[in-house]
Write a protein that binds this ligand. Sequence first.
Ligand code: AHR
Length: 661
Amino acid sequence: MNRKVFFIAVMFGLAAVSNSVAQQPRVLTVHANKPVATIEPTMYGVFFEDINLGADGGIYAELIKNRSFEFSKPLMGWKVAQKPFTEGAVTVQNRQDKQSANPRFVRIKLANVQAGQLTLTNEGFRGMGIKKDVRYNFSTLYRTAATGISLKISLIDAKGNVLGSTVAVPAATGNDWKKMTASFTSNATEPKAQFSIEIVGNGTIDMDMISLFPSDTWKQRPGGMRADMIQMLADMKPGFLRFPGGCIVEGFDLDQRYQWKKTIGPIEERELIINRWNFEFAHRPTPDYFQTFGLGFFEYFQLAEDIGATALPILNCGMACQFNTAEVVPMDQLEPYIQDALDLIEFANGDVQTTWGKKRADMGHPAPFNLQFLGVGNENWGPQYVERLAVFQQAIKAKYPNIKIVASSGTDPDGERFDLLNNALRQMKVDIIDEHYYRRPEWFLQNARRYDTYPRNNVKIFAGEYAAQSDKTVSVDNRNNWMTALSEAAFLTGLERNAGVVAMASYAPLFAHVDGWQWTPDLIWVDNLRSLGTTDYQVQKLFSLHKGNTVVPVLLNNETVAGQDSLYATASIDSANKELVIKLVNVSGDAKVVSMAVEGIKKLNPNARQIVLQSNDLKAMNTFENPLLVSPKESAVKLKGKKLDYEALPYSVNVIRISMQ
Ligand code: AHR
């Protein structure tokens, strides 16, 4: 065994040393009448970023790639087939001066074109996932002076069979842009379909925003989101939704930063930009990755509301990604960035009479979104961050004192940069410090006590991005396996035990497409038709569904349970359901018999239940073939009075729920 493997083996109780300790009697005492801290409803949430085809090609259900011809190569994703070929029959026009947000469109000149002579085909995002009996809604902006032009639109499977088809005909002629719509139903399910438009007629037609959406989107919203992916989030009952990232907030340079105002209003007026994950990793280039912003800030707020989560938007702080250009806006030119923040709060919460509140109402949501948190900067660091943050803090608090500001502590949970920010942010009395840890599993085990010694004051912690790396950060060999998930579970007991300090936690990144990812590991993997909850997802979901609302002490032989004998634990009261919730993680390869005793309560219902995640194989992974390989198993357990003899299986995460009624 080399040193590294031996170390991991010891951490996970694989080595012989664990057996000697395993013989000692274990008494786990829960003090149900000694509340320690409140667990915020926001405790477990989700971090969303348009990475790994998370938004375009992901939750945003648009099937057409490059619908507005604005990619750097304007016909990327499209194929034009002409028989016979006529030079200049299909051109991309650029009306830069007239419509800078969406300058390009396609112009098609038809000289008495017959069926089969001119076809545009779109390949979708790694193909299109099409479902039998689902209706597909086509739309395009068009203008034409000609009559008699028609479009035969079809979905075609990988073998060339037609899945569904209909004919769309321009309803009007003239110089104004109009919208044409049509829909049809697919006769089969196909993971890698393409979409074609066969055009016939005589004359010229211009087209832009060529779009195809399934009708079975989340909440059946036209132009909405992929329901299976959103359901995975809703199933976690997340306390918050952080958006839109992540590094895309910062941008490669300031020009490519995320600007929320450009993501609201009519979709044809939302200016597309290149996605920084398009070119970030030379080993995972994704040349067709752009942000259309069909999914913009309004939709994020709406999504948060739909899934019962508090919205947590993060804004650019006047700094581009410090791993890339590290551009900063001069301090005397920070004002527009500050104004963006103030306007966002008005957009989310303002009365419909206000400028930005009215825009929200015009988009269909007159009621406020009740924004409470605002992040300023993603992974920014250094004195240049501190001085910019101070201006944001001053301006936001002056106008909106109740908005809680989330501030960055940089990319790493330790080191000089972290220390500088940690001190500075505490002096500034920011509300919440966002800490990130992409570390190996053993780090998560070693850091289960990280927050035991953090100051108990008004500065709270947001564990904003974490994921155990089975190999190392940004390695393509990282896997979502039971070892990573188990180590995160052990760590989460430390977060929850310290809920008086830690107010929020989210795994990152959230989604990855199997054919279009840049970063691994990820919480949920998808292909064009399916979503898969990883082992890590099962852990996050389990903790979120069983968080309770008040932490109470749980001690193993009178000590906090944070690694001794390979065990980690936390306990809470779920007052809504009048239940005591005990979480016990066993990272050892041996079963652990534990005598649990509940003190400080008169009576407990003897019929309790356990929900267990377990695998004997630390390399076990949930896959599309076996998606629930590691998934919760629920069964009854029986108390004797206020005692429970419990066996925590090898490598297991256990939730025990005991009714206090
Ligand atoms: O989650 C992937 C990336 O990791 C995020 O964009 C960034 O914040 C972090 O470095």
